[in-house]
Write a protein that binds this ligand. Structure first.
Ligand SMILES: Nc1nc2c(ncn2[C@@H]2O[C@H](COP(=O)(O)OP(=O)(O)OP(=O)(O)O)[C@@H](O)[C@H]2O)c(=O)[nH]1
Ligand SMILES: [Mg+2]
Length: 454
């Protein structure tokens, strides 16, 4: 018998109400031992709400409502009682203590959802969608995760998997009739189905990067020589004084990261240390960190002090473009307020992704924001309505290479048996994504992202 677990489901702290959950074979009897209402909870029908007191050792702890969900129609698939009590730091934890003294145990992080998975209420991609919804930073990210929770990803994978299994069966059936030289399957059809399946796996795996943007925000780094105005721009975009600004070169040492939202799109903005040769050990460390930040960036803003010269940062710009070919790079010509406008307008733009701004006075900041929004939206548009994560991407690539093998076997007229084995292993790999087969390591990894009470 599974232990009955309990935990606070809402964040701890001051609030109108708090909700705690009890799940397991004894959930209803344990809650019944401390709940005094009009009827006993053991007689309550599933999906009904009951008003009453939580009382223990002749002391009323709180007035609550208790919602009953009977197995299997509950989140976990087990008997579940959800108790809504008054919010705050004290009441909910007292009720949890009472429930524990009556035989429940404190739930581990993600244990409710883990039980839902083990009881077949959710598959692995849905479990991951629950974590994505909880941690979601942007509206589009949350909506995509919600679709995944509703089972869209699962349905598509299952469809694909079934198609592959059907082909494998036909190939094996043909084998049984090999004496009679009957061909059940048209080789060309199978080939095109395999290619279709493979393309689909690759497309989904490719959308991992954009799913990451939905999950964690579009990663924009500000880099440049010291004193070019990086921290000033960071503060202007944040609309508050977050980073220290000074006329002394080498002010920023550690990098600073903050989230900004442009029309609901989450952008992770990072200010970095100015890049220059230096002997200062702390500054050297800061400069090393810049490279790790740039490596992870979707877009890099190279800031140049245009009042020194428009091509002052060209060497840096070219180095960054070469070193990070997967990131978009923009050149921001800063401090235009220091230059006579007639003069700088006559200077032609040397680089197509060039914007002229004054980080200090705010000129050009609106166009910069529009550019960031457009670039982020374009990257997000590449998601296939599914939040592919690293685990999925790895398995999808594996399935794709197994399909590759099947295709070559087919092409070289190998035995049906061999082709069928490759196709079946691709189907199995797709099954691993939804969790048809799993192991403790995979589960532990997934549930480590959860909080207690979920
Ligand atoms: N006139 C003018 N001054 C600016 C502008 N942007 C930054 N500055 C000034 O340039 C100096 C350096 O600005 P910071 O934002 O600290 O430059 P940084 O690139 O972060 O410098 P480090 O952290 O040292 O690498 C400060 O005195 C700012 O006030 C601008 O658009 N116009
Ligand atoms: Mg700075």
């Amino acid at each position: 018998m599974n232990k009955t677990i309990t935990a606070l489901a809402t964040p701890p702290g001051v609030g109108g109400i708090a909700v705690l959950r009890v799940s397991g074979d004894e959930a209803i009897s344990i809650a019944d031992s401390c709940f005094i209402g009009k009827i006993r909870l053991k007689d309550a029908k599933s999906h009904t709400v009951h008003f009453g007191n939580i009382q223990f050792n002749n002391r009323i702890i709180d007035t609550v409502t208790a919602t009953i969900f009977r197995s299997p129609k509950s989140y976990t698939g087990e008997d579940v009682v959800e108790i809504s009590c008054h919010g705050g730091m004290v009441v909910a934890s007292e009720i949890i203590e009472v429930l524990i003294s009556l035989g429940a145990v404190q739930a581990e992080a993600g244990e409710f959802t883990k039980r839902a998975f083990l009881n077949g209420k959710l598959d692995l991609t849905q479990v991951e969608a629950v974590a994505d919804i909880i941690h979601s930073l942007s509206v589009p990210g949350c909506m995509t995760a919600a679709r995944q929770l509703a089972g869209e990803f699962t349905a598509r994978l299952k469809g694909l998997r079934q198609k592959l299994l059907d082909i494998a069966s036909l190939l094996e059936l043909e084998l049984d009739f090999s004496e009679e030289d009957i061909e059940f399957t048209n080789r060309e059809n199978i080939k095109s189905l395999i290619i279709e399946a493979k393309d689909y796996c690759n497309e989904l795996a490719d959308s991992f990067k954009s799913a990451e943007i939905l999950r964690s925000g579009y990663f924009v780094a500000i880099a440049g020589y010291p004193n070019s105005g990086k921290s000033t721009l960071f503060n202007t975009l944040l609309q508050r004084k977050r980073a220290i600004v000074s006329e002394i070169p080498g002010t920023t040492r550690d990098y600073l990261e903050e989230m900004i939202y442009i029309n609901g799109i989450a952008i992770r903005l990072t200010d970095t240390a100015g890049l220059r040769p230096t002997e200062n050990i702390i500054e050297i460390e800061g400069i090393k960190l810049v490279e790790t930040v740039l490596e992870q960036s979707d877009l890099i803003l190279i800031i140049n002090d245009m009042s020194i010269s428009p091509d002052h940062s060209d060497k840096l710009l070219n180095r960054i473009k070469l070193k990070y070919p997967n990131s978009k790079v923009y050149l921001l010509q800063n401090k235009i307020d220091k230059i006579d406008s007639a003069k700088f307008e006559s200077i032609p733009k040397e680089y197509e992704n060039e914007i002229r701004i004054s980080a200090k006075k705010g000129n050009g900041i609106d166009s910069l924001k529009t550019i960031l929004e457009n670039e982020a939206s374009q990257s997000i548009d590449r998601t296939k309505d599914i939040l592919v994560n690293q685990r999925h991407a790895l398995l999808l690539r594996q399935a794709s290479s197994e399909l590759d093998n099947a295709f070559s076997s087919l092409d070289s007229n190998l035995e049906n048996e061999i082709i069928a084995i490759d196709i079946r292993s691709a189907a199995k790999t797709l099954g691993d994504i939804t969790g048809d087969t799993w192991n403790e390591d995979v589960l532990n990894n997934i549930f480590s992202r959860f909080c207690i009470g979920k």
